[in-house]
Ligand binder design. Sequence first.
Ligand SMILES: NC(=O)c1ccc[n+]([C@@H]2O[C@H](COP(=O)([O-])OP(=O)(O)OC[C@H]3O[C@@H](n4cnc5c(N)ncnc54)[C@H](OP(=O)(O)O)[C@@H]3O)[C@@H](O)[C@H]2O)c1
Length: 287
Amino acid sequence: MKTVLVTGAYGQLGVACTNYLKLNFNVISSGRQAEGMGIKLDITDCDSIEHAQNEFHPDIILNLAAMTNVDGCEIDSQLAKSVNVDGVKNLCNGFCGHFIQISTDYVFDGLSGPYGEADEVNPLSVYGRTKLEAEDWLSANHSQTTILRSNVVYGYTERTDASFVKWVIDSLSNKKGIAVVDDQWNNPTWIESLTDIIGRLMKEEVTGLYHYGGYDYMNRFEFAQLIANVFDLDISLISPISTRDLNQLANRPLKSGLKTEKIQSALGIIPNSVETCLQEIRKQLSE
Ligand SMILES: NC(=O)c1ccc[n+]([C@@H]2O[C@H](COP(=O)([O-])OP(=O)(O)OC[C@H]3O[C@@H](n4cnc5c(N)ncnc54)[C@H](OP(=O)(O)O)[C@@H]3O)[C@@H](O)[C@H]2O)c1
């Protein structure tokens, strides 16, 4: 059985991934704080990385560790670079196996999405620029690399402050009105579908640049309305707001999203509709 070192294993995607991957791989979970059976590994700390590599000899590194707070990256761009770029370089130092990097549609400017793998990149934010710099470095320096870009990853998870689905459900359940942007367009991606794709890329040792996202292209306001409908919550509590009026620190790509034809033909898959995935989340929560 191959050994996979998962970094950022206690984040939103990390928890879903490690549980799933354990079925087929020897998984070493790692995070800034050791939890449960995992190890403590800060990807900015070269000594810890060397120690982990010498102890576990991973065949694969799945890098889910990142500074993901997009506005936070604007405030502390040095930290963003140190985690999102230098952290990747540190992990590859002395590592010759399969490196899997999860990247983002924020490498695009959002003027003409959804985007294919060959489309021109032009990030608008520090987060997007650091994720792109890591992509470029990997492509130039680590031949056995898979870069998988995704967008608006969702699930009902307690693991992050940034779970959109949880925020919508919890707010509406508590009769709290929410304002949601109606001019940011994506194809939201269910975390369990993304996890399945990562597992397949690993098993089939697929390398290169791929995009993966859900089947439906929608704006965030429509996504919130769909969540309310599937969970039988009061849709009238959701009001639209423009990105400009929301006044977030970092610029967001507006007409973004990812085309998935390349990965569909590589793996023989068809992404699920957002409604199907939300229904499945509802079913899981009621079990
Ligand atoms: N969520 C999305 O919509 C989305 C979309 C496209 C791509 N991605 C990418 O998917 C990956 C996983 O994201 P996510 O949604 O799971 O985000 P997340 O919940 O914020 O998880 C990121 C994890 O990285 C850890 N981390 C931060 N700095 C670290 C460091 N120096 N050393 C080790 N671990 C560190 C965090 O630990 P702490 O909790 O201790 O900070 C956290 O557990 C990221 O690469 C992200 O860029 C996410």
